[in-house]
Design a protein around this ligand. Sequence first.
Ligand SMILES: Nc1ncnc2c1ncn2[C@@H]1O[C@H](COP(=O)(O)OP(=O)(O)OP(=O)(O)O)[C@@H](O)[C@H]1O
Length: 291
Amino acid sequence: MELSNISKKYRSNVVLDNINFTLDSNVTGLIGKNGAGKTTMMKIMCSIIQSYSGTVTKDDSAEIGYLIEEPKYYKNKSGKYNIEYFSKIYTKDYDKPYINSLLEQLGMTGYVNKKMKTYSMGMKQKLGLVIALARKPEYLILDEPTNGMDPDGSIEVLNIIRKLAAEYGMKVLISSHKLEDIEAVSDDIVFIDKGKLSSKENVEQLSTTVTMSFVFDDNDAEFALNVIKTFDKEAVQTENIVSTTSVHLLQDMLKALSVESIYPADINKHQRSVKDYYFTQMKGGSQHENQ
Ligand SMILES: Nc1ncnc2c1ncn2[C@@H]1O[C@H](COP(=O)(O)OP(=O)(O)OP(=O)(O)O)[C@@H](O)[C@H]1O
């Protein structure tokens, strides 16, 4: 599926600004702050929103399964009833053994005969996933699918999605604010900020890059950032820490800092995480602002 020059406005509010994106990896993560445009982009991909400029190209026969916002379940009916009801709207080929296997993998077999009004948010999400997967889609679009799930449950569900993607050749797009989860499960990640999409980053490549963090006394960090930026303009400051990936320039940076009588209290090197990259992408914000 390919998005070309997708833009979307609500009155004068530009929500998506010339998005170009191809969904072609097994699992792609979509990361961005509240209001960045993730849900809008996903709704366009699933044709829930049909008024926009630009084009979405996909094979006409390709099925799209999605979980975006909570489906309007029949709360007084069982999970099983809801699965059958919603799945049969979308597919004639209702594959019972396949659905049962999904329910079992997601730990829902024991709940499926209970009324949905007794379900927790995490259980409703799992049921929504089963419905999205029921039509064996080529593309699976999931907007914060692990909302309401505990940390162990989240990663377990994402791993099941990853396994199913490989098994059925699905291309999956998952948005989430849980950066570690997205890092653990995605092949590629795209970052969206104020309606603009960054390039696609390969997670393996991204996390083999080493980041170096200088810890300063509070008052020095801002000035130190300016000095370090003369070596690496992508350097970022988070409170009293300045991070850079220009590890090879350490000695030069220390020399330049000492000229200004600034001496870091500590220097750490570590593999760059998606979280580090996120804060580099969302320049200008502190971690606290973004969380
Ligand atoms: N129906 C609508 N009418 C007007 N503005 C809207 C509508 N839907 C979304 N928006 C605006 O579009 C922008 C992007 O919203 P969207 O829900 O796509 O962001 P998001 O990245 O999914 O955010 P979150 O992480 O909070 O779910 C926001 O400024 C939002 O207020």
